[in-house]
Design a protein around this ligand. Structure first.
Ligand code: SF4
Ligand code: SF4
Length: 119
């Protein structure tokens, strides 16, 4: 038996003092690459209510609702259970109201939790 282990011993001993090559996810979160398309984030202060994003979203995941009759203020409802993270809304919005964050842990047990309201 010792004869069979012998060829592996040097590598085994070296490995004892090396850092692991695997990542420790989920105990340590690994950084996402630049340009990663996580969740859509909406900035209500920039929205002018043109609805271009609503028409361009291929997943019908966006609702824009006027919140005040007197002021030009809008809220956005994102149906994140439909969103395919294509970033078309980011490209289409003329006022740069959208950005994508780096979040990827978005699984939930109830899809109603994926309806997100920004106001
Ligand atoms: S990322 Fe794509 S699918 Fe998601 S809300 Fe924006 S346009 Fe719609
Ligand atoms: S495209 Fe931009 S400005 Fe127009 S409604 Fe959508 S978020 Fe608002």
């Amino acid at each position: 038996m010792s004869l069979r282990i012998a060829p592996f011993l040097p590598e085994l001993l070296r490995s004892l003092f090396k850092k692991p090559v695997t990542v420790r996810y989920p105990f340590e979160k690994t950084p996402v690459p630049a340009g990663f398309r996580g969740n859509v984030v909406f900035d209500p202060a920039k929205c002018i209510g043109c609805n271009i994003c609503v028409g361009d979203c291929p997943a019908e995941a966006i609702e824009i609702i006027r919140v005040s009759e007197t002021e030009k203020k809008f809220k956005m409802i994102l149906h994140n259970d439909r969103c395919i993270h294509c970033a078309q809304c980011v490209d289409s919005c003329p006022t740069k109201t959208y950005r994508m964050d780096g979040e990827f842990e978005i699984a939930v047990l109830n899809r109603r939790q994926l309806k997100i309201e920004y106001k």
